[in-house]
Every structure is written in structure tokens, then in C-alpha cells.
Ligand binder design. Structure first.
Ligand SMILES: *[C@@H]1O[C@H](CO)[C@@H](O)[C@H](O)[C@H]1NC(C)=O
Ligand SMILES: *[C@@H]1O[C@H](CO)[C@@H](O)[C@H](O)[C@H]1NC(C)=O
Ligand SMILES: *[C@@H]1O[C@H](CO)[C@@H](O)[C@H](O)[C@H]1NC(C)=O
Ligand SMILES: *[C@@H]1O[C@H](CO)[C@@H](O)[C@H](O)[C@H]1NC(C)=O
Ligand SMILES: [Cu+2]
Length: 236
């Protein structure tokens, strides 16, 4: 009896805590490639924002930034890495996904696509927000307008699984078959003891990175080489 009651309460707790999944499509098609859709969502603590890389062709990231600097990664922000989706797949394909769990619903979360090929996607307006204020200065519309004025090249240093106000427990997946990833996050947070990886883009558009970011870049280059080798074999 006691046991049964406990099980019942557990079931109720489970039901009350049911996770909400909010889908955001990464990238578009045709003449509208550089978008997140919807670009602005609200989510509560524990909710999962599931990014679906269904844009075709697509080579996009979900990278945390700040309201003030829409196209520059936060030094301790989340970053999915760039996910390559070739053109011509059926729309019914199971595209790669990335699940970000909200850990602080009080914090507005700003993100952008850091891809620079064929030009910076961010300055085409490929930005998004979670829990952005709907009034005042820091609205999604103002964030996107600022991104569209950005004139540099977004740095490509690799970010983290855990960001400010949201975190992932794994890199995007599955990255098999037609899909591949570049600069996937492997670290949860910036390496301890290392200088915090800050980066900046000069007016001339050249990119400088600090030591932690440089180390992460080395790690990501290795990963890219491994992925390239795997796919080289797969496509041979
Ligand atoms: C979110 O996407 C998944 C996978 O495509 C789908 O099964 C689910 O129905 C979608 N949820 C909503 C609310 O659209
Ligand atoms: C995809 O993006 C990665 C990282 O920016 C780049 O190295 C790669 O060449 C891109 N691939 C294509 C087909 O655009
Ligand atoms: C959550 O975000 C709010 C707004 O940025 C901040 O004031 C608060 O300290 C954060 N809470 C935690 C636990 O980090
Ligand atoms: C994201 O969560 C969905 C369930 O909501 C799951 O089907 C999918 O495999 C997850 N993606 C990754 C990369 O773990
Ligand atoms: Cu993009």
C-alpha cells in the first residue's frame, strides 16, 4: 500500500515535470536560407529548445552571443558548431538536432549563426532569441537590426556545451550519412586555469583570439580532420 502510494506520487511528480519541447528550425530553403524559425521563442526552466537543422542546403551554427554584440560569441557561451546539410534530401529526412535545456528562464538568451560562407550569415539577420524582452530597448527586433549592421567576420573559435542560461549535454546529432559537423563542442565550459577565451574582430575584419580560444581551435581542427577523413572514406 505504502509502496503503491509512493509510486503514484512519483508518477504525478513525473507528469508535473513533463518537459516542454520547443522546436526551432535552423536555416531555410530557396531564397530564405539564413533564418532561424521561429526566430524568437519563450521557454521555462527545464524546457528543451530543440534546434532542427532542416535548412537545405545548410551549414549553420547555433552560437550564443550578447544583445550588445550579436555576431560575436560569448567567451563562455554555448555553441553547436557548424552543421552541414547538403541540398536535395527529402523534407521527411531525420535531420540532425541539438537540444538546449533552459537553466535560467530569467535570462534573455541571444544567439546567432557564426557561419561565414559564402558570407557572414549573422549580418544577413540569422539570429535568434529565447526569452527576449518584448518591450524596451532589448527586443529581438532591435537585436536583429543590430546584427544586420554588423560588418566584421564572426570569429570561429569553438564554444561550449554549457552556456549562460541554457545548456546541452551532447553535440548535435546524428552526424552520419549525409551530415557532418565542424568545430563541434567537446568541453562543457572554458578549460579551468586557461585564460577565458575572448575574441574580437578588428575593424579590418581580421580575427584575434586569446589562448583558450586558440587551444579550442586546435582541438576543433583535429576533429574536423577526423570528420573529413571519415566522410572522405564514406564518399569515396
Ligand atoms: C518538434 O519536432 C519533432 C521532430 O521533428 C516532432 O516530432 C514534434 O512533433 C515537433 N513538435 C512540435 C510542437 O512541433
Ligand atoms: C561548412 O562549414 C565549415 C566550417 O565553416 C567549412 O569548413 C566547410 O567548408 C563548409 N562546407 C560547405 C560545403 O560549405
Ligand atoms: C538568472 O538570470 C538573471 C538575469 O540575468 C540573473 O540576475 C540571475 O542571477 C541568474 N540566476 C542564476 C542562478 O544564475
Ligand atoms: C533531442 O531530443 C529529441 C527528443 O525530444 C530526440 O529525439 C533527439 O535525438 C535529441 N537529439 C540529440 C542530438 O540528442
Ligand atoms: Cu547560418
Amino acid at each position: 500500500m505504502y509502496f503503491a502510494t509512493t509510486l503514484t506520487s512519483l508518477a504525478l511528480v513525473g507528469a508535473a515535470a513533463a518537459q516542454n519541447v520547443i522546436n526551432v528550425t535552423v536555416g531555410g530553403t530557396g531564397n530564405n536560407l539564413f533564418i532561424f524559425s521561429p526566430s524568437s521563442v519563450t521557454a521555462n526552466n527545464g524546457d528543451v529548445v530543440q534546434f532542427i537543422y532542416a535548412g537545405m542546403p545548410g551549414n549553420h551554427s547555433v552560437t550564443q552571443s550578447s544583445f550588445a554584440n550579436p555576431c560575436n560569441p560569448l567567451s563562455d557561451g554555448f555553441d553547436s558548431g557548424n552543421i552541414l546539410v547538403p541540398a536535395g534530401l527529402p523534407t521527411t529526412t531525420s535531420f540532425p538536432t541539438w537540444n538546449l535545456t533552459i537553466t535560467n528562464q530569467s535570462q534573455p538568451i541571444w544567439f546567432f549563426c557564426k557561419q561565414t560562407l559564402p558570407g557572414p550569415h549573422c549580418s544577413s539577420g540569422m539570429v535568434g532569441s529565447i526569452n527576449a524582452p518584448t518591450s524596451g530597448t532589448n527586443t529581438f527586433a532591435n537585436f536583429q537590426a543590430a546584427a544586420e549592421k554588423f560588418q566584421g567576420i564572426p570569429p570561429q573559435n569553438v564554444g561550449f556545451l554549457v552556456g549562460e542560461g541554457a545548456s546541452a549535454s551532447a553535440a548535435p546529432g546524428p552526424l552520419t550519412g549525409s551530415f557532418s559537423g565542424f568545430g563541434l563542442p567537446t568541453l562543457t565550459t572554458p578549460a579551468s586555469g586557461a585564460a577565458t577565451g575572448t575574441s574580437s574582430t578588428s575593424a579590418a575584419g581580421s580575427t584575434t583570439t586569446s589562448s583558450a580560444a586558440a587551444l579550442n581551435m586546435k582541438a576543433s581542427t583535429g576533429l574536423t580532420v577526423i570528420l573529413a577523413a571519415v566522410f572522405g572514406v564514406a564518399f569515396a
